[in-house]
Design a protein around this ligand. Structure first.
Ligand code: BES
Ligand code: MN
Ligand code: ZN
Length: 490
């Protein structure tokens, strides 16, 4: 499928289907639209009337044009209120168009949308992203996919010129999102710590990143007792992955992205029971998957920023060698942890990963993790929690996420709640009371950062979508690759 930008005006375009974006309550046919209406012999006006099309965001209407027409089908897409137009509206609108185009078996599709803030580059990129992400389908595990691939061969984005660079950028960004989606969607007997590390190795080879993979012995030498405690019961070796992107010029800043990488979370000896969603826990490497997805995009976009990507990959299993509930682990910063619940394993792996990241002397660290069910209870499935020790970093991530159309909510780093993690025998326990569970998880992580500006993203909800929504199809979403990349690009 070829996405192209073109100066061709709406009225001169010909092909299988043309999609028009219309604002809410602005469906009066003036200017170009009235000319198009004439050209279609009044079918545009009829469609608006018969479909009672009001331009509401996400709404659509389709009709066939007369047999003499150079265009076979007309698609209307609602863009919502004009004063609320944003890149994300267009991203979602483009997703609607792409899905209709696929359903209508169009080979060539034209899209005519308005620009956001007259920014033709960003507008084109957002439309391209919406198209690619909504059409991505994952049939790797089907012997005979019922979902046939789209017939779309060319999609023309009308009115903004060629925009080759913007379209390339969107394709690169989407390739990172898709890598994250495919890693998350792959089951635990396909993506395990070993194959996850192999994926990182392939990325390094293909895109020229530096890579260092610390094997168990090296992790032992570095005193990563918290990470290794979780890894103990697995028959597969833990892999501590560190990828580095270095620009050719002196970097403007140095950043680290740390992703929770549990390729499966059984809960350990505090095993997840019936109804706990244990069968969905292949997605517990969603943080690591997005970290690798961001690495893939960043390595190609080549910003003047040095970026470290850190994934402590393992699985949380049960066996005679498993860590016991009540065990005391010592992390690589010397702090001791009483493991009062083996199912709070993500924070244990992240503890050593954060200590490692801070030793890299970066300017800021962001970790992302499918950390707590409590965060889903608090914010639902579409919004990620954001905790930070640094206001500037909070602002940077908020801005990056708004441009990406990925939602975050700033949560309190309520120091007083650390009382809930006090242990009579060790420096801390790994879990506190049920109430405020996502906050105590963030406070636990904070014990492993000394002074570097740091943010923690609890992405337990948004990594997975039960049904199609926006640019996401049902399944893995690739959240929050786009926010991470925007943040690094600044
Ligand atoms: N991976 C889970 C969190 C999770 C739950 C992610 C649901 C996605 C969907 C995490 O390791 C976990 O088990 N957390 C426990 C913590 C508890 C033991 C304090 C939880 O949320 O129940
Ligand atoms: Mn768990
Ligand atoms: Zn987990």
């Amino acid at each position: 499928m070829d996405i192209r930008g073109t100066h061709t005006p709406l009225l001169d375009w010909s092909g299988d289907a043309i999609a028009l974006g219309l604002f809410e309550n602005e469906t009066a046919l003036t200017g170009e639209l009235s000319q198009l209406n004439e050209k279609t012999g009044g079918i545009l006006a009829e469609l608006i009337e018969e479909a009672e099309f009001e331009g509401k965001s996400g709404s659509k209407a389709v009709t066939r044009l007369g047999s003499g027409s150079p265009i076979r089908k007309l698609i209307l897409v609602g863009l919502g209120k004009k004063d609320q137009l944003s890149l994300d509206t267009l991203r979602l609108g483009a997703a609607v168009v792409a899905r209709v185009g696929k359903q209508e078996k169009a080979k060539s599709l034209g899209i005519s949308f308005p620009a956001v803030n007259e920014d033709k580059e960003k507008t084109t990129a957002a439309i391209a992203e919406g198209i690619i992400l909504s059409l991505h389908q994952d049939n790797r595990f089907k012997s005979e996919p019922e979902d046939k691939p789209s017939k779309l061969e060319t999609i023309d984005i009308l009115g903004f010129g060629e925009q080759k660079e913007a379209i390339n950028q969107a394709q690169t960004l989407a390739s990172g999102v898709i890598l994250a989606r495919e890693l998350v969607a792959a089951p635990a007997n396909s993506i395990d710590p070993v194959t996850f590390a192999e994926t990182a190795q392939t990325l390094a080879t293909d895109y020229g990143l530096e890579i260092e993979i610390l094997e168990q012995e090296e992790c032992e030498k570095r005193g990563m007792g918290a990470f290794l405690g979780v890894a103990k019961a697995s028959d597969l070796p833990p892999k501590f992955i560190h990828l580095t992107y270095k620009p050719t010029v002196t970097p403007k800043r140095k950043l680290a992205i740390v992703g929770k990488s549990l390729t499966f979370d059984s809960g350990g000896l505090n095993i997840k029971g019936a109804g706990s969603g244990i069968e969905t826990m292949k997605m517990d490497m969603g943080g690591g998957a997005a970290t690798l997805g961001a690495a893939k995009a960043i390595a190609q976009l080549k910003p003047d920023v040095e970026v470290h990507f850190v994934c402590a990959a393992t699985e949380n299993m049960i066996s005679g060698r498993a860590m016991h509930p009540g065990d005391i682990l010592t992390a690589s910063n010397g702090k001791t942890i009483e493991v009062n619940n083996t199912d709070a394993e993500g924070r244990l792996t992240l503890a050593d990963a954060l200590v490692f990241a801070e030793q890299l002397e970066v300017d800021a660290i962001v970790d992302l993790a499918t950390l707590t069910g409590a965060c889903i209870v608090a914010l639902g499935n579409n919004i990620s929690g954001l905790w930070s020790t640094d206001e500037t970093l909070t602002e940077q991530i908020t801005t990056a996420s708004e441009a990406a159309g990925e939602k975050f909510w700033v949560m309190p780093m309520e120091e007083k709640y650390f009382e809930g993690l006090k242990s009579p025998i060790a420096d801390m326990k790994n879990t506190g009371p049920r109430a405020g569970g996502s906050i105590t998880a963030a406070l636990f992580l904070k014990q492993f950062i000394k002074e570097t500006p740091w943010a923690h993203l609890d992405i337990a909800g948004p990594v997975w979508a039960d049904k199609e929504s926006g640019v996401n199809n049902a399944g893995a979403t690739g959240f929050p690759v786009r926010t991470l990349v925007n943040w690094v690009l600044g």
